[in-house]
Design a protein around this ligand. Structure first.
Ligand code: BGC
Ligand code: ZN
Length: 372
């Protein structure tokens, strides 16, 4: 069967290749974890989303092949349909729509209790990213433990399950961490960035009844600002208004969700957070870039204001479920809005060059491949 792969460490190595079609008895990542007998699920891939991570893997900024080979099949945002299940699988059946989690357990205590998303080991195993093959192919097999059912009526948004899990986890982490305050009722949030993560976070925050301001570079109106407003939030352009101006205009935020991919913004955000507030970082900034900030002032304000910085990566099966719940809730509250994020379909695996090209396109909110 066909797959889209890279040669990690080698720039612009994305290519199409033939790989063996998996069966229920195969072990997809025997170097990490084994599927227990009877617990395998075979999935036909329908759609795979791609994001900046795929672009940066192709730029050789990170990513590793599974041991014993040179290539890594990419793609970590999966959506497919179950073809066959092992004798001990009751959670899903053939025909069900599913997504699959990304991270596989390492050896830490967190991994052993099913929290691979917060492994304390430096080496992490992620399908399509690091040391495990991904989903940009025709079929995959994995442990039922990592397969998450997508409601049939939500199948048009199934390819957003993984990005939604990342947002759901980050927001949950902020709320869990803020239990330190004994009572925390955030009234106002800023979302920095209006890519897929920023937009889905905007939706999840307005669904919680939080006054949400989403800030991205370009002045609206355009698709991003339209989606933000349709979610009941307010769009602002950082070209027209600095974070300080915004704070003067609407008030400081109790929660900041950072998703710009810009390290400067990650730190600038620290200057406007309200007392007792939480700043959540979700950007993954490849490469290296220095940022100049007024450290004395931020330290003073942060200590005197009991402020908190939380960083969050990945999403576990429960976060996938939370993300899918939020997508469903979003469909009922803002019908038809989320699918506007799905801007750039690619017609099959063999169009992988176009897929990579579209990842450079600033207009593309979501690039995804229609595989099956
Ligand atoms: C993925 C996460 C992953 C992270 C780090 C992101 O693009 O969505 O699942 O944990 O990259 O590799
Ligand atoms: Zn991703």
């Amino acid at each position: 069967m066909k797959a889209v792969a890279v040669l990690p460490g080698k720039k612009s190595s994305v290519h199409e290749r033939e790989i063996p079609e998996p069966g229920l008895m195969d072990q997809p990542h025997p170097h990490v974890c084994k599927i227990p007998e009877g617990r395998a699920v075979l999935v036909k891939v329908l759609q795979v989303g791609v994001d900046a991570t795929d672009r940066e893997i192709n730029e050789a900024l990170y990513g590793n092949a599974p041991p014993g080979g040179e290539h890594l099949v990419i793609g970590h945002e999966s959506f497919g349909q179950v073809v066959e299940v092992g004798a001990r699988v009751g959670e899903v059946k053939p025909g069900d729509y599913v997504s699959c989690t990304v991270r596989r357990p390492g050896g830490s205590l967190f991994d052993q209790i099913g929290r691979n998303d917060i492994t304390s080991e430096e080496v992490y195993y992620e399908r399509g990213i690091n040391l495990c093959h991904g989903f940009l192919t025709e079929y995959f097999v994995d442990d039922a433990e990592y397969i998450v059912k997508v409601p049939r009526d939500l199948k048009h948004l199934g390819v957003l399950a993984e990005p939604a899990s990342v947002c759901a986890k980050a927001i949950e982490q902020a709320f869990l961490a803020q239990e330190r305050l004994q009572v925390w009722r955030p009234r106002r949030a800023y979302v920095l960035g209006a890519g897929q993560i920023g937009l889905l976070a905007t939706m999840m925050l307005t669904l919680r009844g939080i006054e949400t301001h989403t800030i991205a570079t370009r002045p609206g109106p355009h698709l991003k600002s339209e989606i933000v407003e349709a979610y009941g939030a307010t769009y602002h352009s950082s070209r027209e208004k600095s974070l300080h101006d915004l704070a003067k205009q609407v008030g400081k935020p109790d929660l900041i969700f950072e998703a710009t991919g810009n390290p400067e913004v990650c730190f600038r955000a620290m200057e406007v957070l309200a007392h007792n507030g939480a700043l959540v970082w979700t950007s993954i900034t490849g490469g290296s870039q220095n940022v100049t900030i007024d450290g004395a002032r931020i330290n003073l304000e942060w200590v005197l204001g009991n402020k908190l910085l939380v960083a969050s990566v990945n999403g576990n099966r429960r976060h996938f479920e939370l993300g899918l719940q939020a997508l469903s809730h979003g469909e009922l509250t803002y019908p038809g809005v989320t699918q506007k994020i799905l801007t750039h379909p690619v017609a099959g695996l063999s169009h992988y060059k176009e897929m990579m090209r579209l990842l450079e396109n600033k207009e593309a909110l979501k690039v995804y491949v229609n595989v099956g």
